[in-house]
Design a protein around this ligand. Sequence first.
Ligand SMILES: [Zn+2]
Length: 337
Amino acid sequence: MADTTLITRLDTRLDQLVNIDMGERGVEHLFEAARALEGRSLIGAAADALMAVPEGGTVVLTTGSVSRAWITPDLGENDGPSGAAAIARALVLARSVTCVMLCEETLLPAIRKTCQAAGLFPVTLEQAAIAKADKSLATIVMLPYATDDAGGQAQAEMLLADLKPDLLFSTERVGRNEFGVYHSMRGIDYGMGRARVDFLFDLALERGIPVVAVGDGGNEIGMGKVADHVKAHVPYGDKCQCGCGGGIGAVTSCDVLVTAACSNWGCTAIAAAMAARAGDAKLMHTPDREALLLDTMVASGLINSTHGIVDDSVDGFPRQSHIAVAELCRTIVSRAL
Ligand SMILES: [Zn+2]
C-alpha cells in the first residue's frame, strides 16, 4: 500500500518539473489555472483517474497531428505519439486494459510503429479480446477516425456504443475552436485532413464518461477547461490569423487537464505517477524507452514541427531533454518504488 502523503509530494514535484515553460508558450499560466480548478496535482489527478479504470476495462486514446497537410496528409508530428504509447503501455500492464488508439488513417502506420516500440503489438478488437482473456500478449487496437465533421459526429456515436469505454485519454490532439476551426499554434487554420476526434470527446463528456487530456499549447482537446486563460496568455489565444473571428483555443473540455511544456513530458510524468501508485517500476516510461521511441518516430517519418524536419527533437527541444525528463521523473518517484 503506497504512502499517500508521499505520493502527494511526488505528484507535486512531477507537476513542477513538466510545467517549466522552456518553450515560452505561456504554459505556466495554463498550469496555474488548471491547478486551481483541480485543487491538487494535475499529474496526480490524471494518474488516479487512469488507475481507477477497472481491471480488463477499455480505454480510448487519441493523439496525432497532421503537420503539413497542404503538402501531404501522411506527415505527422512527433509530440504526442510516444507519450500516448507510454500511457497505453502503463494501462495494459497495470490493468490489462484494452487500449483503442484513434488517429487519422494517414498517420496510422507511424503511430502503430511507435506503439509497437513501446511494447504493444497492434491487433484487431477480436484479437485483443483473446489476448485479454488469457493475458498472453500486450496489445493495442489502432482505428482510423473520420476527417470530416459529419463523419466525426457519426463515428462518435458508433464508437461509444460499440466500445463502451471506461475512460477517454487525449494527448496533443488539436480540437476545434468556437467557430469549428482547427488551428496551429501560429493561429493558422490547419483542419485539412485532421481527424475530428474532439466530437467523440464532447459526446463522452455529455454522457459522464471520464476524460483525461494532456496539452501544451491551448489548441488541444481538454483546453476548453481553461478557455479564458488560453485567450489571455497564449499567442493567438484571443485572435487567430485565419480570420475566423476566434482564437486558437479548443472548445472541448475534460475532467482532468494536464498541462506541460511538451505534451510528451506530461505523459512521461503520468506514467511515473502510475508506477508510484502501483509500486511497480514496469509502468514507468524509462529514459531507455524514450530513446527507443524517439528513434522509432524518426524511422517512421514523424516530424519535429518546430523546425520542419524529421529528427529526434520534439517541439524544438533536443533529444537529450526528453531523455532527461524521463530520468528526472524516475528519480522523483524512486522513493515510492
Ligand atoms: Zn481562425
